[in-house]
Design a protein around this ligand. Structure first.
Ligand code: PGA
Length: 250
């Protein structure tokens, strides 16, 4: 069922000591009832962080990427089995940085999503439009296409293991946040797209996070919107002082 979620995406930041210390500080928090915290940790620090996140039933561990193949000769890649074996609960798929910098197209993301669910893991699936699309006022159709191409092959039951994150690219790392109204409008659109495909129960049950310059000063106002169930947070998730107030913003 729909939950409030504060997810951090550490991206390619922090070293071992800083990661473990942050995971420990967050895991020591008492997370408000009905809220889950997810930490998106760089690959090399996942296991060490799992020793802390594993101590709090409301704090979960996410990897920021995975390979869709089971195993084999894929130098430099990391499999889902490997991630599962170090205590990972979620995989972030389709982040705009993977789509844009690493050319991950819808077709590959759809395969990765299936592989994540087949491995018994959960997914944070990201979507969101670039500035040019927003300026042309074509964001609704753009995001709808991302959902269709990336996740419409799932069953209603599989959808229960998916969290969606709407992240307008123009708001990521720019300090420029979508207004709470812009976020609500897109989240309601996403929910109606999901309702048409998967039915009312599935679309009401899925958590949809907003991402893009979420910080302690704006989290409450954004999370208060009806169809916003939390945030996927980059910069402000790198320090306990800024991430803990976001966890407490519901
Ligand atoms: P930001 O990043 O909070 O630093 O804008 C969000 C994200 O990319 O998930």
């Amino acid at each position: 069922m729909r939950k409030n979620i504060a997810a951090g995406n550490w991206k390619m930041n922090l070293d071992l000591d800083a990661s473990v210390s942050l995971a420990q500080q967050i895991s020591e928090q008492s997370v408000p009832a009905g809220t889950a915290v997810i930490l998106g940790v760089p690959f090399p620090f996942l296991f060490s962080c799992s020793l802390h996140t594993g101590t709090n039933p409301n704090v979960f561990l996410a990897a920021q990427n995975c390979n869709e193949q089971e195993s084999g000769a894929y130098t430099g890649e990391v499999s889902l089995k490997q991630l599962k074996s170090v205590g990972v609960d979620y995989i972030i798929i389709g982040h705009s940085e993977r789509r844009e910098i690493f050319n991950e197209a819808d077709e590959l993301l759809a395969k990765k999503l299936t592989a994540v669910l087949d491995a018994g893991l959960k997914c944070i699936f990201c979507c969101g439009e670039p500035l040019s699309v927003r300026e042309a006022n074509e964001q609704s159709a753009y995001v709808e296409a991302q959902l269709k191409n990336g996740m419409f092959h799932l069953t209603e039951q599989q959808l229960e293991s998916v969290i969606l994150a709407y992240e307008p690219i123009w708001a990521i790392g720019t300090g420029k946040t979508a207004s709470p109204e812009q976020a609500q409008e897109m989240h309601a659109h996403i929910r109606s797209v999901l309702k048409n495909k998967f039915g009312a129960a599935a679309s009401e049950g899925i958590s949809i996070l907003y991402g893009g310059s979420v910080k302690p000063a704006n989290a409450k106002e954004i999370f208060a919107k009806n169809d916003v169930d939390g945030g996927l947070v980059g910069g402000a998730s790198l320090k306990a002082e800024t991430f803990i107030p976001i966890i407490n913003s519901f």
